[in-house]
Design a protein around this ligand. Sequence first.
Ligand code: 1PR
Length: 552
Amino acid sequence: GGGDYAVTLLDYGAGNVQSIRNAIRYLGLHIKDVQTPEDILNAKRLIVPGVGAFAAMMDVLNRNGMAEALHTYIEKDRPFLGICLGLQLLFESSEENGPVKGLGLIPGMVGRFDSSNGCRVPHIGWNSLKVKKDSVILDDVANSHVYFVHSYRAVPSEENEEWISSTCNYGIDFISSIRRGNVHAVQFHPEKSGGKFPISSFYVYLLEIIIDVGLSILRKFLLPNSSLTKKPLEGKATKLAKRVIACLDVRTNDNGDLVVTKGDQYDVREQTKENEVRNLGKPVELAGQYYIDGADEVSFLNITGFRDFPLGDLPMLQILRYTSENVFVPLTVGGGIRDFTDANGRYYSSLEVASEYFRSGADKISIGSDAVYAAEEYLKTGIKTGNSSLEQISRVYGNQAVVVSIDPRRQYLTSPYEVEFKSVKVRNLGPNGEEYAWYQCTVNGGREGRPIGAYELAKAVEELGAGEILLNCIDCDGQGQGFDIDLVKLISDAVSIPVIASSGAGKAEHFSDVFSETNASAALAAGIFHRKEVPIQSVKDHLLKKGIEVRI
Ligand code: 1PR
């Protein structure tokens, strides 16, 4: 069915395209999946999303004749929308695991961002665009932030100038979108660039006061007569926005229901006689609320995943499915990602567990305990086996899809030479006047300390393929006294992947403190949002006032 309202989707099978499916369905369109090259040639409108690695994609497309069909389709100026790798594949070649040849329709080579100029790679987060020409699909969003997640980019040149409809800056100017005739492609992710924003035009005011940023791009491509505004706005490229992330710690309570809970230094039980698990609300409802409130990302942590096998935990997958149908910002899920043998002796690889999370709507997965073991092993042997969950998942889904969650506990020292681990001079002395501390990594939700520091872990997991670090701190968790600036500084200066500061937010000032005193790319909070003490919007307003770039 679907008739005119069908869109053809090329899912080449080596990446996570659930989010684009959800967004298309949200707009009320049917999806027709490409099975054969003829399906491409017969498409009325074609979307080629791309998450994953360039070489793997081109390999699949070349092997089954899809590349040739795509080439013909685009040469005929048929309606095309490429997303991320779907933009990159139009160029001559990519450096990613290569050089590997692309379709060669646009002059230029896709290269890697250079992290030596102070920009973290992958480029993850929200930027606004510098619109070069009438791009049609970007008309409504020229002054808004859109979501990027990539390590490779194409750059403007005299040869490809005629294709470029917008650029963005991240260390260098790169191509954020192209348009020629009916052929469109964007480097960012419209399907993850949700969020409402007001349009000031009087006519629009009569129709609809707010529109979805990213979804409006898709809507304009898919339903060309849906244009709300006429004149393209002059957008200007801005700095990468600092992200504000809402985190939901999820676990089953004593009645067997999955609830959002929140600990004090990781203890999630009430200090009552019953000692029940603290219940702060329903996961899907809260996630939906945070999306509307302006969260740049939502994270779910299945905090007892280390003991309950997550694939047995169908409610968690259900939560992801429901949430991802209506939440169009990136979703991260963590907890229990590791190899596992169930009671019947059936073996599940961590890759299968992660794949199930991705299929259910996650954009990134987060690994805690298993990454600690992998890092310990790597530091001991100096060998990357390629077998750890971290390495396997990032190989298939890309580094940008793998977050490592660190749960360190502060261990005070009188001298930095007491331990073999990297220590810092702390701004608040320890209970016995200690001036130094190291940050001991833990596993199983803080229950077991391991012989590795947060600094050593962060550097090791970066080498093993993590795309981002979620940096908690058990001492600060739920205390509302601010982030552990010493720790966040230590880790964000040690790695060149983005670091998310977590644990301890109690007021808006804590966010500006962590962004002005450290190189964190994002800050995450739980308790203050759940208890409605500080709305997300007021955090953003405060950051803006402090001159810190945020997505509004
Ligand atoms: O080890 O791969 O199964 O992953 C388990 C995951 O669950 C890890 O990411 C770990 O951080 C998390 N986790 C385990 N136990 C707890 C617990 O609280 N008992 N929660 C837990 C971690 C920390 C943050 C929290 C911030 C902000 N919670 O997620 O949201 O500290 O809180 P605040 O703003 O209220 O201070 P694996």
